[in-house]
Design a protein around this ligand. Structure first.
Ligand SMILES: Cc1cc2nc3c(=O)[nH]c(=O)nc-3n(C[C@H](O)[C@H](O)[C@H](O)COP(=O)(O)OP(=O)(O)OC[C@H]3O[C@@H](n4cnc5c(N)ncnc54)[C@H](O)[C@@H]3O)c2cc1C
Length: 401
């Protein structure tokens, strides 16, 4: 057991922190207000290897492992408490990895190089109007083979990065039924471009938080895609989706650690300086005790997140863990991270008094942003509990079978 970082990990953390603190942190309020991540930040992220960093170097990725990817996620969360840039980062890191691992060379040449340089977006489209948790029951989107091409029909909703994909270009890895008789073994994944696609209509939602990245949906009406847009093997899409979700959940946890630490640091600065009844707020037990609790919660989540990243590295690099190990470790991290992060941010807002309720102080962006993770992005909290229950009790205890 060794809790220290390697030299390479420390250099990577310093590099990402330096960039994020200088170039991102001063612009977070602007990003939240303008509902847009400035293009120069995206381009700089591309140059640093922060866009789909887990993608193969053959396609411009940095080919980093999951511990390194989590370190960057933590640093981006620390700099952008609104969590918009961290969301863009983690979606592309998780799904860019799946794209890089399973996509055909032809589709990757067309899009992945552009994703890693910041000229295109790579997202995920699983959720449908009738439900996201029970996608097996809810999924209506179908892909049918016609000659050499695929015809896709259906609707995806609550999807991150719709404006980004429609404006910059890029693909959403989209789950569709290719053999409806086979349940979860009858889904496939397709790379669906949204920009200038005549038979695709997009919609947008006004979100509560993480305003710098859009959420919306798209309807496909006889969209024709070449065979090379199929990701990986036919009828393996559900498995690829689960693989990507685990990765995204670990990175969500890492962004929460960074954002929580940033919020707590702001709170500590305030309670050291603000006086009430003749003494600094921080000298009262009523303030110190929650401070200690939140510090311990962040520390616990940090250990869970980096253990999950380590389990992923053991699976992908050493083949000493399997997808179930990863799913369990990722679900544990995702179940705790957004709840604890919300708790810290909410507490810090209290310490601030009225200032905590204003837009003069950044923590309100964090409160709005982190709820996206606990409400549903990359799986709801009850879905995390179902995964943990499944791993503890066995598949025969799945409540929805
Ligand atoms: C900000 C944001 C961004 C998102 N981005 C994407 C994206 O990029 N791509 C994508 O595909 N999806 C995305 N989603 C959708 C997300 O994956 C879904 O919201 C999530 O899977 C839940 O689906 P749902 O919203 O339909 O809620 P439902 O599935 O209807 O669930 C509603 C509630 O019921 C609970 N519930 C459901 N089943 C059970 C059960 N068996 N036992 C106990 N409780 C249960 C859930 O936990 C939840 O609290 C995003 C969501 C948000 C909020």
């Amino acid at each position: 057991m060794d809790f220290s970082w390697t030299e390479e990990q420390e250099i990577w953390r310093r590099t990402v922190r330096d960039f994020a603190q200088k170039k991102i942190k001063p612009r977070v309020r602007e990003i939240d207000t303008n509902k847009k991540i400035p293009v120069e930040i995206i381009k700089d992220m591309g140059k640093l290897g922060l866009l789909a960093p887990t993608a193969s170097q053959d396609y411009g990725g940095a080919g980093v492992d999951w511990t390194m990817a989590s370190i960057a996620a933590e640093e981006l969360g620390r700099a952008d408490i609104s969590l918009a840039i961290p969301v863009l980062y983690l979606v592309e890191a998780a799904w860019g990895f799946i794209f890089s691992r399973y996509g055909t060379d032809k589709i990757k040449k067309e899009y992945l190089n552009k994703v890693t340089s910041g000229e295109a977006f790579c997202g995920i489209a699983v959720t449908e109007p009738e439900g996201g948790s029970d996608i097996l029951g809810a999924a209506k989107t179908k892909a049918e083979k016609k000659g050499k091409n695929w015809i896709l029909n259906g609707e995806k909703i609550y999807i991150s990065g719709i404006s980004e994909s429609s404006n910059w270009g890029g693909v959403h890895l989209t789950l569709a039924r290719t053999d409806p008789s086979k349940g979860h073994k009858g889904f496939s994944f397709f790379a669906v471009p949204l920009k200038d696609m005549k038979k695709i209509e997009t919609t947008l939602f006004e979100d509560m938080g993480r305003m710098g990245i859009s959420t919306g949906g798209f309807t496909m009406n006889n969209v024709e895609l070449p065979d090379y847009n199929l990701i990986g093997d036919l009828n393996r899409g559900f498995y690829y989706a689960m693989e990507g979700f685990s990765a995204a959940r670990v990175l969500i946890g890492a962004t929460c650690v960074g954002a929580s630490e940033a919020a707590l640091e702001l709170g500590i600065e305030h309670i050291k300086n603000r006086k009430a009844f003749g003494r600094p707020l921080g000298s009262y037990e009523g303030i110190q005790f929650p401070l200690a609790e939140h510090h311990c919660n962040i520390d616990a989540v940090k250990l869970q997140v980096y253990r999950a990243a380590w389990v992923m590295d053991r699976m992908y690099k050493d083949k000493k863990a399997n997808h179930n190990d990863v799913a369990l470790a990722a679900a544990i991290a995702k179940l705790r991270a957004p709840i604890y992060a919300f708790g810290v941010m909410n507490e810090v807002a209290d310490w601030l008094g009225a200032l905590g309720y204003t837009k003069e102080f950044p923590v309100e962006m964090g409160i709005r942003g982190v709820r996206s993770y606990s409400i549903g992005a990359e799986g709801t909290m009850n879905i995390m509990r179902i995964i943990i229950g499944r791993e503890l009790l066995g598949k025969e205890f799945l409540p929805y079978k």
